[in-house]
Design a protein around this ligand. Structure first.
Ligand code: SME
Length: 172
């Protein structure tokens, strides 16, 4: 792992911003394969670097008595809902569909789970390794329409870096 220096970032050019974040994340995860350690540093970097993000974290897919459900993993922000069933909320929907979902206004998303009343917009990226669903990366903002397609593509890239660097088989 390379030493992390928090620095002011200019996300007016989102492509360049995410490019820089991907390089930093690569350095942070280098030489470490523990999935919880890497998940923790991934969301710490995202939360520190991205403006207007109120919550950033992972939910991992776990087998439970009622089948697979998402259970909260490492995150930054206020305490959050622990368990989310597949197809429930933005997280459960993105996981079940295996698709990134951008929600410009959470109040207009049927079934949105309000962990934090201040949250106004959200983006959820599914984590897939070799065709297997591992969970999701979830970001919230107190600003409406905070996340766009450039955020989605940038966060998908960061999620893929996390998956590739980590012994994700240990998560299941
Ligand atoms: N809003 C999410 C729940 C998780 S929290 O935002 C941390 C959802 O609807 O799935």
């Amino acid at each position: 792992m390379t030493t992390y220096h928090s620095e002011p970032r200019d996300f007016t050019d989102k492509r360049a911003g995410y490019e820089q974040l991907a390089t930093q994340l690569h350095g942070l995860l280098e030489g470490e394969t523990d999935p919880i350690a890497n998940a923790a540093n991934t969301v710490a970097l995202i939360f520190d670097a991205l403006p207007d993000v109120s919550w950033a974290g992972f939910y991992f897919l776990r087998e439970g008595p009622r089948g697979g459900e998402l259970v909260v993993g490492p995150f930054q922000g206020k305490p959050a809902c622990v368990r989310i069933a597949l197809w429930r909320g933005v997280c459960g929907t993105a996981a079940a569909k295996r698709e990134t979902i951008i929600v410009p206004d959470v109040n207009a998303f049927p079934g949105h789970i309000a962990c934090d009343a201040a949250s106004q917009s959200e983006v959820v990226v599914p984590l897939i390794a070799a065709g297997r669903l591992l969970g999701v990366l979830d970001l919230d903002s107190a600003r409406l329409a905070r996340f766009d397609e450039l955020d989605a593509r940038g966060l998908e890239r960061l999620a893929a870096l996390f998956v590739r660097a980590s012994r994700v088989a240990e998560l299941g």
